[in-house]
Design a protein around this ligand. Structure first.
Ligand code: 5GP
Ligand code: MN
Length: 333
């Protein structure tokens, strides 16, 4: 057995009756898959449970069972007896779903697979060896004696498929394939999941990427691009897409890559969302953590104050230094 579910987490789930499940800002397939999967799992346990997400629903994931019932932050109540935080390494990732004024007295429990997890819950189950939080929920269902039904399996397979880029990331262990096998056996359709998540793009992405990639830079084994709000607006996009970094991280000459996306705070101050990737044998997890963010060895991120130019000028030299250091000290494939 590669995992150990803490007794205090199981006891907290057992004791609670009205539970809020929440996942992270800038949601991805594992955020949606795990938050909806956990909510559904709690329903199967006979509990009252709701899911909430900090940002507006991403249309790509509306197909997931339960997606229509996800609460926006302003619809979140304050009478829960437990909050389950999924797929997040620190509490700031809950965005405005968690309101300290209303929720401070409610215990938090954490289920996550990020190596940078700060263990901010009253109970914390962190499995950095798991490729997705959704993979952990396969084990939780098993430990609770709950059979995987179709809605649960669909949610969890979506998390596993998206976080592993369809079983292509370096953390795709035999256990990941085994968990996926259980989900497939429970009826989840692998090909349909891939079609609905990884294999789709609006046409407007093509001119956006062609513009962004025209500005790609490569220096000392580090490749990067910047995405400005003007470029996003021209394409009619609210955000960039983590698949852009999949393209950069495939570049033969690059061991590390970054996508820097211009953002603005509600007060209008410029910030930059940094998304990092590393080839097998290299890690960007520490770098993101040191910069106030988090993630995994091969994929991590953070948000920094400042404009695009200033953040790139600060972060790229750190990446180059980290890559040079790791090229000397780490054996790599
Ligand atoms: P992506 O580049 O796909 O947005 O994120 C890669 C990984 O890093 C994901 O696991 C994501 O949860 C994590 N990550 C990205 N940005 C942040 C951040 O600002 N803070 C933390 N703690 N993790 C982040
Ligand atoms: Mn995840």
């Amino acid at each position: 057995m590669i995992y150990h579910i803490p007794d205090d987490l199981l006891a907290a789930l057992d004791a609670a009756n009205h539970i809020l499940c929440v996942s992270h800002v800038n949601a991805d397939g594992d955020a949606y898959g795990s938050v909806l999967g956990m909510t559904h799992l709690l329903h199967l346990m006979g509990k009252r449970a709701v899911a909430a997400m900090p940002d507006p629903m991403i249309p790509d994931f509306t197909f997931l069972p339960g997606a229509a019932a996800i609460l926006a932050p302003d619809a979140v109540a304050d009478d829960y007896d437990l909050i389950v935080c999924l797929d997040m390494s620190s509490p700031d990732r809950m965005g405005t779903v968690f309101d300290p004024a209303r929720h401070a007295a409610i215990p938090l429990v954490v289920i996550d697979h990020h190596i940078t997890n700060t263990r901010f819950g009253a109970a914390n189950w962190v499995e950095a060896g798991c490729a997705a939080t959704s993979q952990m929920l396969v084990y939780l269902a098993d430990a609770l004696g709950i059979a995987l039904d179709l809605p649960l399996a669909q949610c969890l397979l979506t998390g596993v498929v998206t976080d592993t880029l369809c079983f292509r990331t370096s953390n795709t262990t035999p256990e990941v394939l085994e968990a996926a096998m259980h989900l497939q056996r429970a009826g989840a359709n692998l090909a349909a999941t891939v079609q609905r998540t990884l294999n789709r793009l609006p046409f407007s992405t093509l001119p956006l990427w062609s513009q962004v990639l025209a500005g790609a830079r490569l220096e000392s084994g580090v490749a990067w691009v910047t995405v400005s709000q003007a470029q996003l607006r021209a394409a009619g996009h609210a955000d960039d897409d983590s698949r852009l970094n999949s393209i950069l991280s495939s570049v033969n000459e690059a061991d590390m890559s970054a996508v820097f996306t211009e953002k603005f705070t509600a007060q209008g101050a410029p910030t930059v969302e940094c998304s990092f990737r590393a080839k097998p044998g290299f890690t960007v997890g520490d770098l993101a953590f040191q910069l106030g963010g988090g993630g995994h060895a091969p994929a991590s991120g953070c948000t920094l104050a400042g404009d695009l130019e200033a953040v790139v000028a600060h972060v790229v030299p750190l990446m180059i230094a980290a890559r040079q250091q790791q090229a000397i000290t780490e054996p790599h494939a």
